[in-house]
Structure formats: C-alpha cells, structure tokens
Design a protein around this ligand. Structure first.
Ligand code: HEM
Length: 229
C-alpha cells in the first residue's frame, strides 16, 4: 500500500502509462506494449484495461528500480575493491561473469514478494504453520559461505566462475527481465569504465544513506570523484 506522500506520484505514473497505452492503440509499433494492447483488444477476457496498465506499471517499477540499484551497488563494490575495478577496466570481456558476481555480492532486490505456506512445514528447524506469510531473503543466499569455496562472502572476485545466487528468484516467478537486466548492467559498466578514469568515492563510506524499503537495496545517492578520458 502506498504511503500518502507517494500516492500522487503513483497516480501520475498511472496516468502517464494510460496515455501511453492509448497512444500505442492509435499507432501500434513493434514493441511489448503494442503487443499487450493487441491481446487486450481481442476482448477474450484474458487482459482487462486495468491489468494492461498495471502490467505496464509493474514493468516500469520492477524493471527500473531493480536495475538502477544493481548498477549503483556494483559501482560501490568496485570502488571498495580498486583491484577488481582495474581488472575489469583492463579486461571488459569479464563483464558478463562480473555481473553474476555483483548479483551475488550485493543484489538490489533483497527479499522476494510474499508467499503463503500451503501446508504446515518445517524449514531449517523452524516450524511454519499453514497460511503463514513467508518472504525469502534472496540477498543473503549469495552470502552463503559454504557455496564460496572457502572465500569470505564479502570478497568481490569478478573472475569467480559461475557465481551462484538467487538474485532473480526461482521457479514460476523467476524474473521476467533477467536477460535485460544482465545486459543493461554490463553495457552501463562497460561504458562507465571506458569513459571514466580515476573513479573514487567522494564521501566517507559510512555517510552513504541506504534506501529503507525492505525490498530494494541501494544507496539514495553515490557521490563520486572522477576524471574523463
Ligand atoms: C538487476 C535487476 C533485477 C533484479 C535483481 C530483479 C529481481 C527479481 C526477482 C527476485 C523477482 C522474483 C520475485 C519473487 O519471486 O517474489 C523478479 C520478478 C520479476 N521481474 Fe525482475 N529483477 C530485475 C530486473 C527486471 C527487469 C529489467 C524487468 C523488466 C523489464 C523485470 C521484471 C520482472 C517481472 C515482470 C517479474 C515478475 C515475474 C513473475 O511474477 O512471474 N525485472 N525480479
């Protein structure tokens, strides 16, 4: 449920997307939203107008906040590990694997959405009665020391082969945008590292403010000093 201060912003975003849907209906293009409008307009009940706008809204929220903050967390991790920053700058071909390591090391979606236990169960010695709400700590799965071949979870290693994580969830609700998020992060980091020299944190580490949503993990801003060229 949105807080009173967030409601007008949400309503404005909803209005903007409803306009975009109307525009795609008038002038369909070769894109996802036009395809969803076409499904809606077949009027077989598969998608209501509200669901159509809601899906567009979810794609913006799920696709934007998550990726922006993964990018921020990745840059912060590199600033704290200058040897890894140097390595990635010298060997950009390591980027796809490095993105997996960033997702393991400090992902941007800390928790899953809510699940409800369909039956009484026991997990790791904890009894969970039927009907209880469960949220999976996705971020902490990447910190599971036994999976890391003796490395401390805080160690960032952009050459780690097949870094294991649950950053995109698991099963039927596995992230729809995972390939896009991986690509966006790798492209953004490649451009940043190729254009910017002497990148460093411009404020003390402990003065960074973290988003307190409980689901999204990232800093509110990441002030850096840099030199272009
Ligand atoms: C680094 C970026 C991203 C991360 C860490 C991330 C993470 C996740 C996670 C953990 C879930 C599963 C949630 C659960 O099971 O409760 C999820 C679902 C989803 N994500 Fe992402 N996501 C990212 C980027 C994106 C992008 C770019 C898009 C789309 C443009 C997207 C669209 C979705 C959608 C539609 C779902 C719901 C899938 C379903 O319920 O069937 N995500 N994401």
């Amino acid at each position: 449920m949105a807080s009173p201060e967030h409601r007008p912003a949400l309503a404005a975003l909803h209005g903007l997307l409803a306009e975009l849907v109307a525009d795609k209906r008038r002038r369909p293009q070769d894109d996802l939203l036009s395809a969803l409008v076409a499904v809606r307009d077949q009027e077989d009940g598969r998608l209501s107008e509200e669901e159509l706008v809601g899906t567009a809204m979810m794609l913006v929220v799920a696709g934007h906040e998550s990726t922006v903050n993964l990018l921020g967390n990745s840059v912060l991790a590199l600033l704290q590990h200058p040897d890894q920053l140097r390595l990635l700058r010298e060997r950009p071909e390591l980027l796809p694997g490095a993105v997996e390591e960033f997702l393991r090391h400090d992902t941007s979606v800390e928790r899953s959405t809510s699940r409800y236990a369909a039956r009484d169960l026991e997990l790791g010695g904890v009894s969970i009665p039927r009907g209880s709400m469960i949220s999976v700590a996705l971020g902490s799965a990447g910190q599971d020391a036994p999976q890391l071949d003796g490395d401390a979870p805080a160690v960032l290693d952009v050459t780690r082969p097949g870094a294991r994580h649950l950053a995109f969830g698991h099963g039927i609700h596995y992230c729809l945008g995972a390939p896009l998020a991986r690509l966006e992060t790798a492209i953004a980091l490649r451009i940043l590292l190729s254009r910017v020299r002497e990148l460093e944190l411009a404020v003390p580490l402990d003065s960074l403010e973290w988003i307190g949503s409980g689901i999204i993990r990232g800093v509110l801003s990441l002030p850096v000093r840099y030199r272009v060229g």
